[in-house]
Design a protein around this ligand. Structure first.
Ligand code: BG6
Length: 531
């Protein structure tokens, strides 16, 4: 094809190009799935209209569904308009973007389609000036990851490359990365036969959220927090990822996964490592990932015999979410009527190092809870002595003394409210001294007044730039699986009906989870925040 077929991006005119992306072709494997429609294509289109994609590029969708390029373009247009109504959509801009989209049907196991892919990519190198740089996005069911890697290698589309070698080849792997420690090690082994670690981008979309990236800025760009960020001043830390959603038609996946695999092994432990890590020596990706890996390896091993003392599981029964009656988990589509899969998990963690010795980290996550909300709450130690006895608004008969004082709590609000709040004591205006606890709030929306890019925009852009900082490295994934393994083993026994069955359902949809979770943290003198 002639050079005139190259689709250039006029939106780039005049924009600063400090972090310039090389020309590329991205192949999305699993292009007719939900993730592509809801997240990946909207993210690529948003990057395009923000001028963050290069002048020349191409995107190839592959999946089982048989359709042609035009049908694929139409289905992606519908998806972007449906799932990303906030994106500025102009017909003319879309047409230019759509001209970069191609489609190839494939069942992912027959090698003919990968030979076809190799031919198409060779053509696109000429027609769309992709420079032969390729990124393969694995958005298929995880059982296809290994066969796809084998096929890509057989078609000579991927091989081990040196760090700055061009053209480059990268692979993005969606979670779940393995089902347990052995399967994750086996997958890594398979991948490392064909690719070097620097070519592998294991995605954890939590790391792409603006508010999660702000954890490092808050901690290391301000002088006032870090001196307090340790066992001398922090009493305990609570991290909550709560969802009102149920399993949303993903019954078969969720039956295999459960909350521990779906949320704790990845998103939650990544949040723990960002909160607890030491300052990295630079922003270079390995430096940050080294510090995060150290936190994960300092997590105290949960002994088999202690699983019940450190971990609580729950499963929702029917209930009400925002006034609407919803089904219990066991009544959901393609879920076993006697399922022992957990839809809620709470864990008590200890980090055995100098900074965090004796500071409990409590983490909880669940589906069909009362609110959708993610936050990290740092509970500081109380003031050492209460000078204001009887002035803290206690009701008659309530105890006075040091117990009257509330601790300061710094809350990093990840979603849906994005911001930071600090709870502190203040004097209520008036002739007498009366203490009240108030929140000082910072809110992203009002402070900046701009749209926060989606996590997938940031992560896809970083991968195109070759920046792996916000992706999970092989050692962290392995350590996370290793850490939750004793709990997984104990809970999997119940799921396979080989162990004692939990008393499920043990919380109602629309509540804050099982009572056992309150007992878990009460046993060390704490209580979950009421959100
Ligand atoms: C995914 C899980 O990784 O994260 C889902 O598989 C969960 O079960 C989702 O709903 C939550 O992500 P977010 O960004 O909506 O908090």
């Amino acid at each position: 094809m002639s050079q005139s077929a190259v689709v250039e991006n006029p939106l780039l005119e005049g924009l600063p190009r400090d972090r310039a992306v090389d020309p590329f072709a991205m192949v999305i494997l699993g292009a007719h799935g939900d993730l592509t429609k809801r997240k990946l294509l909207p993210a690529l289109y948003a990057l395009y209209i923000d001028g963050l994609l290069p002048r020349t590029f191409a995107i190839v969708g592959m999946s089982r569904t048989v359709m042609n390029d035009e049908e694929f373009r139409k289905s992606m247009k519908d998806a972007i308009q449906k799932y990303s109504p906030d994106l500025k959509f102009e017909e003319e801009t879309w047409e230019r973007f759509a001209a970069t989209l191609y489609y190839l049907p494939s069942n992912f196991v027959d090698n003919g389609s990968f030979e076809g892919l190799a031919t198409l990519l060779e053509t696109l190198k000429e027609s769309h000036g992709t420079g032969g740089n390729h990124v393969f996005y694995m958005s298929t069911p995880p059982s296809l990851y290994e066969p796809i890697i084998t096929q890509l290698s057989a078609a000579k589309l991927v091989s081990k490359k040196k760090v700055s070698e061009k053209p480059w080849q990268r692979v993005i792997v969606e979670k779940p990365f393995g089902h347990d420690l052995p399967s994750s090690l086996a997958l890594d082994d398979h991948i490392h036969h064909v690719l070097n670690e620097h070519q592998v981008y294991r995605i954890d979309h939590y790391l792409g959220k603006e508010t999660v990236q702000n954890i490092m800025v808050l901690r290391f760009a301000n002088g006032m927090f870090e001196p307090l960020w340790n066992r001398n001043h922090v009493d305990h830390v609570q991290i909550t990822i709560a969802e009102t959603l149920g399993v949303e038609g993903r019954g078969p996946y969720y039956e295999e996964a459960g909350c521990l695999r779906d949320m704790i092994q990845n998103h939650m432990l990544q949040l723990v490592s960002l909160v607890a890590m030491e300052p990295p020596t630079s922003l270079e990706s390995e430096s940050t990932r080294d510090e995060k890996a150290k936190v994960l390896s300092a997590l105290r091993t949960i002994q088999q015999a202690d699983v019940d003392l450190c971990a609580v599981r729950g499963q929702y029964g029917e209930g009400y979410i925002q006034g609407e009656k919803v089904l219990g988990y066991r009544q959901e589509d393609r879920v076993a009527p006697d399922s022992a899969t957990e839809t809620y998990a709470a864990l008590k963690l200890n980090i055995d190092n100098w900074r965090w010795a004796d500071v409990p980290f409590y983490v909880r996550s669940g589906k069909r809870l009362a609110k959708s909300l993610t936050e990290i709450a740092i509970h500081f130690k109380k003031a050492p002595y209460n000078l204001f006895q009887g002035m803290t608004g206690l009701k008659a008969g309530q105890k006075t003394g040091d117990d009257e004082l509330s601790p300061n709590v710094l809350v990093l609000k990840i979603q849906p409210d994005e911001g930071i709040s600090l709870k502190f004591a203040t004097k209520q205006p008036g002739a007498t001294t009366q203490i009240r606890w108030l929140n000082m709030d910072f809110n992203y929306g009002t402070a900046f007044g701009v749209r926060s890019p989606s996590a997938y925009e940031r992560l896809i852009h970083d991968c195109l730039l070759g920046d792996a900082t916000l992706f999970s490295r092989t050692d962290s994934v392995e350590t996370s699986w290793r850490f939750i393994e004793p709990v997984l083993e104990a809970w999997d026994l119940a799921k396979s009906k080989k162990g004692p069955q939990p008393r499920f359902p043990n919380y109602s949809a629309g509540s804050w989870g099982p009572a056992e979770a309150d007992e878990l943290i009460a046993s060390t003198g704490h209580a979950w925040r009421r959100l």
